[in-house]
Design a protein around this ligand. Sequence first.
Ligand SMILES: [Zn+2]
Length: 69
Amino acid sequence: MDRAFTHRFNTGDGTVDSICHRCFHTVAIASRESDLQTLEQKHVCDPEDKLRFELIAEAAKLHYLEQAS
Ligand SMILES: [Zn+2]
């Protein structure tokens, strides 16, 4: 399974968030980006969240196509 994460750097407190591309949950927060990989490897997407975001993405795509035509 292809899994990827976006890292968001928080300038306020210097922490780094890891956000899952599939379920959009913040899966880990660490003070160093290098600490995120171990935490990311342990993440398992909630199937209900994943399905919900896939349905939202499909609805947004259909809405975009309607607006473009
Ligand atoms: Zn996930």
